[in-house]
Design a protein around this ligand. Structure first.
Ligand SMILES: [Zn+2]
Length: 78
């Protein structure tokens, strides 16, 4: 599966959504083997996209705040 996300950082959503549209209109998916799926997520950070900010409405940078599941989770985490 190919995952294409746009707008993780707000202002990048303009470029990223253009890439997603081109992926579809130029039929770039035809280059993949049969059975390959594509998941497009548009404007992952809609607040940042709307306000042209890197962070979301909670001032969180989604590309800098992630959990590494290869290490044990801290106590109390779900
Ligand atoms: Zn970015």
């Amino acid at each position: 599966m190919l995952l294409l996300i746009s707008g993780t950082h707000g202002v990048e959503g303009f470029c990223g959504s253009g890439v997603q549209v081109s992926y579809l209109t130029d039929r770039l998916h035809d280059a993949f083997p049969p059975g390959t799926a594509t998941l497009l997520i548009y404007a992952l950070n809609p607040y940042g996209f709307a306000w042209r900010r890197r962070v979301n409405e909670d001032s969180i940078d989604r590309n800098r705040n992630f959990r590494d599941f290869n290490v044990p989770l801290p106590d109390g985490s779900a």
